[in-house]
Design a protein around this ligand. Structure first.
Ligand code: KG4
Ligand code: ZN
Length: 331
């Protein structure tokens, strides 16, 4: 069985084809990052208009790379929630039209769940349940418990900003490019992570997160350095100390949940899972505490950030209870 996934919930126009062994036959992503750098963030209407112009070439490329035609596709899945409404409408309209033309069922799926299961893509081994998943990206930040392939439970979430949003905003304050995560992580390598001690965010809620206070703390620190005329020489220290504070908080809460639920594996997914410092911090904490926990992150960078392979995967997992339908309503 082949599933064709369509993703356009934010600023990536993506189409992928995945088989029942969760092997990714093609994973085409047309990123709008360069368009949104001009505005230092995503302008929803610009993003929606760009999706419309990119679906056709992206579809052709995805079919070519997989070596298949629309006749070989058994199911179409499309992100229909959550996301920017104009962007979701374009994806759902494209998916529904494709389904009607080729007589293929279309199912709307949850983008956040796509991230949750993204470590399964191209994985050659079996997963050992239970698994605790930390999903961190620009728009969401949650902890999940997965007891089987089609059973998941949310354990905690951010009360305000997501970690990726915080990375992006701090980068903006430091005059860096969008998206801010990779920029902060590059600059952090030149700084000292112990030079500034930012307070640990929301320490008493073990599985919920809050990053708006940390954002304000960084803003105040930047202002303090600017007033003293030494901001430029301290930018790397700010990036490094901020990265330490946010990653320490994320990894601590992930491993707290893992020990509470006796999990055999922890998975780090979503755009922020590309952060090397966060990956090594999680591994260090597992080793330091002598925990028998396997750590996984998506096998490919393109499975960390928004992609359609994870959306196609959901078609195989049959997680969503929505029945196959040819009219998909964005939510
Ligand atoms: O999953 P994603 O592509 O989109 C959403 O669903 O939001 O995540 C994008 C987020 C951005 O906030 C970006 O700054 C962050 O992931 N990100 C990173 C890194 N690469 C991307 N954050 C920290 N370190 C990175 N290396
Ligand atoms: Zn996402």
């Amino acid at each position: 069985m082949l599933v064709l996934g369509i993703e356009s919930s934010c600023d990536e126009t993506a189409i992928a084809i995945v088989n029942q062994k969760f092997e990714v036959l093609s994973n085409v992503i047309a990123s709008q990052i360069l368009d949104h750098q001009k505005t230092m963030g995503v302008v929803p209407e610009t993003a929606a208009r760009l999706h419309v112009s990119k679906f056709d070439p992206v579809l052709k490329k995805a079919l070519n790379e997989a070596g298949v035609t629309m006749k070989d596709i058994d199911l179409i899945t499309v992100s229909n929630r959550p996301g920017l409404i104009g962007c979701l409408v374009t994806g759902c309209t494209f998916a529904s039209t494709l389904g009607l033309i080729h007589n293929i069922p279309v199912v709307g799926v949850n983008h956040k769940l796509g991230h949750v299961y993204s470590c399964l893509l191209d994985l050659k081994e079996e997963i050992e349940f239970p698994v605790v998943v930390l999903s961190v990206s620009g728009g969401h930040n949650e902890l999940y418990l997965i007891n089987s392939l089609n059973e998941y439970k949310e354990l905690g979430k951010t009360l305000d900003d997501a970690a990726g949003e915080c990375y992006d905003k701090v980068a903006k304050m430091l005059g860096l490019k969008y998206p801010g995560g990779p920029e902060i992580s590059r600059l952090a390598e030149f700084g000292d992570s112990k030079s500034i001690k930012f307070p640990d965010p929301l320490p008493h809620q073990k599985m919920n997160f809050s990053f708006s206070g940390l954002k304000t703390n960084v803003k105040n620190k930047i202002q303090e350095f600017a007033e003293n005329g030494n901001l430029e020489s301290n930018k790397a220290n700010i990036a490094s100390s901020f990265q330490y504070a946010i990653n320490h908080n994320l990894s601590k809460k992930l491993l707290y949940a893992a020990t509470q639920f006796n999990s055999n594996e922890v998975h780090l997914v979503g755009g922020v899972s590309a952060n090397k410092n966060l990956r090594s911090m999680i591994l260090e904490k597992i080793q330091k505490k002598n925990l028998k926990i396997k750590f996984r992150h998506p096998l490919n960078f393109n499975f960390c950030t928004d992609n359609a392979a994870m959306i196609a995967l959901l078609g195989h997992l049959k997680l969503d209870n929505q029945k196959a339908q040819s009219v998909i309503i964005p939510q």
